[in-house]
Design a binder for this molecule. Structure first.
Ligand SMILES: [Zn+2]
Length: 400
């Protein structure tokens, strides 16, 4: 073998073996027994740390977080949770917040420092902000291109039918550089599932892009909307290119009904995103995966108008998924970990993900014996590598 650029020695892999990982041109070119004679320009000793693929932050809002800005106390809805009212509160908060690019950078630094090397962010596109937020986030994405790969979803936060001009804006957003088209509670927000999905899938079909829809509706209304999204996905042969974020309704069903829904979701090729939210029903992760459905995760809101929580740590998110799902065995803990790594990579259709030859050299070192321990202990003191370059250490992003 010719001389490789960087040899990472003494990496503990998930299977417990200690290997040397060779990287050239930002990709993994060799995984060999540690100490095997390999000619490398640079040696980096990982000292037996557990090495895992970079985390996939599959659902976040870079435009609306106040992380790193002044603390904005949470304002509760006047009469129970109301998406319309929350959107209005958000507009008030945004008017007094620091510039969006600054807040987006704060949030990106937080996520990268914790080990995320891939991200999908929803960005508000509606009649009030137009394409301004997207323009800002697109520019920040460019600044961070060597640190993290980011997919952007044109997100109709104020509805599609309720906010005049939004169908056209979603179309323009994709032309401008957004990667996916989003949606929001077609039934409860826009009161018309058919017309809402006509726009979402219409834009997706026109531009050949994927779909990721926010769906908070519970019970039978949520299930009905999921069935409609699955039907559209199959009709347009878009399996693998459609995600439903939250899908709380799946957590309200009987086991039998959930199994039927899971089979439909898996057969349709629709992925489900859950952040294992606090006091809320959420999708049955193990049941969905058993049916063959892809489940991924994200921080969703971090210090924004919707809730004050969030730390941008997808390993911590795996812990929350495991905790809320009642996962105790090693296999179950590995499942929670898979949701924030391989599951995310499948949902985001990431090419060349993982610790394997030919994959991008994006990985994180963890101070843990193995993956199950990492999920419950959520160890800090990580090193984050993107394309084989150190981009963050001990919670701090290293600017290069
Ligand atoms: Zn969201």
């Amino acid at each position: 073998m010719s001389t490789i650029e960087t040899l990472f020695t003494r990496a503990k892999l998930a299977d417990g073996t200690i290997k040397d990982i060779g990287v050239t041109g930002g990709r993994i070119v060799s995984i060999t027994e540690t100490g095997a004679p390999i000619s490398a320009s640079e040696l980096i000793d990982l000292e037996g740390a557990l090495v895992v693929p970079g985390f996939v932050e599959g659902h976040i809002h870079l435009d609306t977080s106040f992380y790193g800005d002044a603390w904005i106390p949470h304002k509760p809805c006047t009469n129970g949770f109301d998406v319309h009212e929350r959107v209005a509160f958000q507009a008030q908060n945004m008017a007094q917040a620091a510039p969006m690019d600054e807040r987006a950078r704060n949030q990106l630094d937080l996520c990268i420092a914790n080990g995320s090397t891939y991200m999908r962010s929803h960005v508000m596109v509606d009649g009030s902000v137009g394409l301004k937020s997207l323009e800002t986030v697109l520019a920040v994405r460019e600044e961070y291109r060597d640190l993290i790969d980011i997919q952007l979803v044109a997100f109709p936060q104020s509805g599609i039918l309720k906010s005049p001009g939004t169908p056209e804006l979603l179309d323009q957003a994709i032309a401008m550089g957004a990667d996916l088209v989003g949606g929001l509670d077609p039934a409860s927000f826009d009161r018309d599932v058919e017309k809402h999905l006509d726009v979402v899938f219409g834009v997706a079909e026109k531009h050949g892009v994927a779909v990721d829809i926010h769906l908070h509706d519970g019970g039978t209304l949520g299930l009905f909307t999921i069935e409609q999204i699955c039907a559209r996905t199959r009709a347009l042969s878009m399996g693998g290119h459609v995600a439903i974020s939250h899908a709380y309704g799946l957590g309200d069903l009987s086991i039998e009904a959930a199994k039927r829904a899971a089979a439909l979701i898996a057969q349709s090729g629709v992925s489900i995103m859950t952040n294992a939210p606090g006091a809320h029903t959420f999708p049955p992760v193990a049941l969905l995966r058993a049916a063959g459905a892809i489940v991924f995760s994200g921080s969703d809101n971090i210090r924004d108008s919707w809730w004050p929580y969030g730390d941008g740590d997808m390993l911590g998110r795996a812990m929350m998924i495991g905790y809320r799902s009642g996962f105790y065995t090693d296999d179950e803990l590995k499942t929670a970990f898979d949701v924030v790594t391989e599951g995310g990579a499948k949902a985001l259709r990431l090419a060349d993900y993982g610790l394997k030859i030919g994959a991008k050299a994006d990985f994180v070192t963890l101070k843990a014996e193995h993956v199950p321990e990492a999920v419950v202990a959520v160890p800090k003191g990580r090193a984050v590598y993107k394309a084989g370059k150190l981009v963050a250490r001990d919670g701090t992003v290293l600017r290069r």
